[in-house]
Each structure stands twice: as C-alpha cells, then as structure tokens.
Design a protein around this ligand. Structure first.
Ligand SMILES: Cc1cc2nc3c(=O)[nH]c(=O)nc-3n(C[C@H](O)[C@H](O)[C@H](O)COP(=O)(O)OP(=O)(O)OC[C@H]3O[C@@H](n4cnc5c(N)ncnc54)[C@H](O)[C@@H]3O)c2cc1C
Ligand code: SF4
Ligand code: SF4
Ligand code: SF4
Length: 369
C-alpha cells in the first residue's frame, strides 16, 4: 500500500520525526507528503466562536472561506463577509504561536496561495520524488505550470510572510523561555546527531510529554503520540492528547520521541531528505518554485486556489503511483475538519478546498476506520 498524506507544516514535521526515529509498521506505507502553507490556525471550537458568536455568521450558511490580505472572508450566496484577521488573534492556538514554518519546509511538495494570482497555486518542489510527480503531472496534462518569476507578486511575498512568522514566533518562544517554559523544538533545530535526540527522550513517558509539551502550551494536536503508542493508550480528544488506558509499557518513550515539539532536528532532516538542493532564505530547501493550476475545469473551479493539490493527487492515483490519500474534508458538523481516506479521484475531489481549523489527521495513517 502506498499512501499520500496532505497536511500542515507541523504534521509533516511530526511525520519526518516518525520516519527517522520511531519503529512503526504503518510508516512503511507513507510514500508522499504534501504540505500546505500555514501562517496560523485555530481549534474548530474557537473558529466557530469567532465566526458565529463574534461576527454573527452561521457556519452552515457559508459556501467558502478564504484568507486574503488581512481578512478571513466568508462567501455566502455570492456575498462576502469579512472578519479582520486581527480579531482572530486571541483564538489562535497557543501551540501555533511558537511555530516557525510557513511553507512546510520538510514536505516533498509544498503548496499555498501566497506568491501567485487568484485561482493559481504556488508550488514548491523539494524532494526528487516531489519534483518527478509535478513534472509528470504537467507533462500528462493534469496541471498547467509556469516558473514563479512569470507571475506577480512572486517569491518576495512568500519570503516576507515566512520571515514575519519566524520573527514573531521566535520572539514568543524567547519570551516563554525567559519565564521558564522552554519550547524544546526550537532548542534543537540545529542538532545534527539523531542519537542525541534519542538519548534525550530516553525514560520519558506520556507524563513527561504532558509536562514538557502539553501543559507547556507547545502541543499542536498533531496526533503523532496517538499514532505511535504501542499500547494504543493515547487519544487526542478536543485537541488535547489524553491517556485512555494505563501507560503500562516499561521503558517506553515512543510518544515523547515522535512528538515534533520535544525536539525537531530541522537541519539534519533537510540534509537527509533534500540532499543537494538549494536553500532559499526563509522558504527552506527547494528544487523549484512554480505558479500552477489544475487543467481539469471542475477541479480548478472547486479547488481552494489553483486546485493543484487535488490535481496532483488525482494524477498519482490514476497512474498507480499511490493507492490512497489521507486528506481533510468536512465532517458532520458544518466546516469541521475531518480526516478521510480516498482511494478514488471522485472522493478526493469531494474533499478539495480549505477548511480553516485544525484536524488531527496523523492517527488516520494507523487507524483507517
Ligand atoms: C489551516 C490552513 C491555513 C492555511 N494558511 C495559508 C496561508 O496562510 N497562506 C497560504 O498561502 N496558504 C494557506 N493555506 C493553504 C491554502 O488554503 C490551500 O490549501 C493551498 O493553496 C492549496 O490550494 P489548492 O487549490 O491547490 O488545493 P485543493 O485542490 O483545493 O486541495 C486542498 C487540500 O487541502 C486539504 N485540506 C483542507 N483543509 C485542511 C485542513 N484543515 N488541514 C489539512 N488539510 C486540509 C484538502 O483535503 C485538500 O486535499 C492554509 C491551509 C490550511 C488548511
Ligand atoms: S503549528 Fe499551527 S501555525 Fe504551525 S503549521 Fe501547524 S497549524 Fe500551522
Ligand atoms: S503531544 Fe502529541 S499531539 Fe501534541 S504535539 Fe506532541 S505528538 Fe503532537
Ligand atoms: S506506552 Fe509508550 S507511547 Fe504509549 S503513552 Fe506510554 S510512554 Fe507513550
């Protein structure tokens, strides 16, 4: 089974840690990681409170959400309601406030809106595998592709936002450090020795994870801890990992090791995964940056931006490069993000578009039902 995963930069960080450090049967299936750009995010309940309680917009009535310039925009029957992003700041997850990755710097392919005109997607290829997928999908007519230099606003805006995010959130990490709540992942970004990372995790069980990450306000509810627990005893409930059974394995520290907030040897992962690629300041290691859009008019129209995530994965499914995709669609509650497994292109299309709040999707790689 070959699985593609669509997620946010922090999801991809967690998956790279699992790939490098944790022994899991299911990780052998993970074949392709597509990362979305992300400036900040909200828990579903907070996003709903902002939109419904503060701005009187019923989630059920909204056809599409978008973020443009300084506003969250809700489209309702062709009308626009604007919610200033500034008003959403108090609702941003506290774990997001120490996140320094805007462009999914560890993904095979990163995709976002910033940098290209409306109804185009910005595509950053980072690994050889990601480049090959993009090249073939373009050659076989699934996507239209041009160098980012041919469109406006281009790379300078991506870099500006990426730099702003890094600066703002490093300052917050520094502030927390001064009051004794150290965001551990920031301290290890330059660590090149995996054995040291392992050694530092030794003997640290779920209670240590709770102390060092969850209660320290650094957890981003990625669910890596849930996905790796050999005893199946961790579950993320309402954004918080909880023990559902007794943590009984002796000398087990898998959850602590997998967590992208206990350590994140970013430079080492870049060397391991993207060896030989160029570094673009603020954006990370990459092979190429493009403006792209889906060639299929239905995928393009329904897509959040250029529909490129859906078009690339449709190509990969059609050609048997992958067998399934784990991505995020709407759940039973309006605009509640929910992870789904798609094995056919029609399911993928159903889940295209952006849902602006957080989904704990990683456990879906292990628990399909
Ligand atoms: C929370 C969030 C914040 C974002 N912030 C930015 C930003 O600041 N700047 C920027 O340029 N781009 C941002 N994006 C990315 C942007 O909204 C588009 O997803 C991206 O441009 C791809 O568009 P597309 O038309 O190519 O994708 P489509 O073909 O429409 O496919 C979208 C894909 O995203 C998946 N998806 C939808 N919601 C979620 C979710 N909550 N979590 C994980 N996957 C999801 C879908 O399953 C689908 O596979 C953000 C996305 C999310 C989910
Ligand atoms: S931690 Fe928050 S800001 Fe960072 S990538 Fe994840 S959802 Fe986005
Ligand atoms: S504690 Fe669990 S859910 Fe939270 S960041 Fe770490 S691995 Fe992810
Ligand atoms: S058994 Fe291991 S992975 Fe599971 S909660 Fe305990 S320490 Fe964490």
């Amino acid at each position: 089974m070959k699985t593609a995963f669509v997620g946010l930069p922090c999801d991809i960080e967690a998956l790279r840690k699992i790939e490098a450090l944790v022994d899991q049967e299911w990780k052998k299936n993970l074949n392709l990681q597509i990362g979305l750009f992300c400036r900040e995010n909200w828990a579903y309940t907070c996003f709903r409170a902002l939109v419904e309680d503060d701005f009187g917009v019923k989630l059920n009535d909204v056809d599409k959400f978008d973020i443009k310039k300084k506003n969250i925009i809700a489209y309702i029957n062709g009308e626009k309601r604007e919610i200033p992003l500034e008003k959403s700041k108090p609702y941003v997850r506290i774990g997001c406030q120490v996140c320094i990755d805007f462009t999914a710097e560890l993904a095979d392919v990163s995709i976002g809106a910033v940098g290209t005109p409306p109804k185009w997607s910005t595509v950053i290829t980072r690994s050889k595998k990601g480049q090959e997928l993009v090249d073939k999908a373009a050659k076989e007519g699934y996507i239209e592709l041009k160098p980012i230099e041919e469109v406006k606003p281009g790379v300078s805006l991506i870099r500006k936002i990426a730099d702003e995010k890094k600066k703002e959130n490093l300052a917050e990490a520094n502030r927390r450090n001064k009051i004794g709540i150290t965001p551990l992942h920031i301290k290890t970004l330059g660590e090149k020795n995996l054995e040291k990372i392992k050694k530092a995790a030794e003997g640290k069980d779920f209670f240590a994870l709770e102390r060092d990450v969850i209660d320290a306000g650094a957890c981003i509810s990625c669910g890596a801890c849930e996905a790796v627990c050999p005893d199946h005893c961790v579950k993320v409930i309402d954004q918080r990992p909880e023990l559902s059974n007794e943590c009984s394995k002796e000398k087990c520290f898998e959850c602590y090791l997998a967590c992208p907030r206990t350590s994140l040897p970013q430079l080492l992962f870049e060397e391991m995964i993207f060896n030989g690629t160029k570094l673009v300041q603020g954006i990370g290691k990459c092979l190429n940056i493009y403006a792209a859009r889906a060639a299929d008019t239905h995928i393009h129209e329904k897509g959040q931006d250029g529909g490129v995530v859906t078009a690339l994965l449709t190509y990969a499914l059609d050609k048997g490069i992958i067998d399934e995709v784990i991505s995020v669609g709407k759940g039973p509650e309006p605009w509640k993000p929910t992870p789904y497994v798609s094995t056919v292109a029609n399911d993928l299309k159903r889940h295209s578009g952006t849902i602006y709040s957080h989904s704990t999707s990683i456990p879906k790689l292990r628990y399909k039902e």
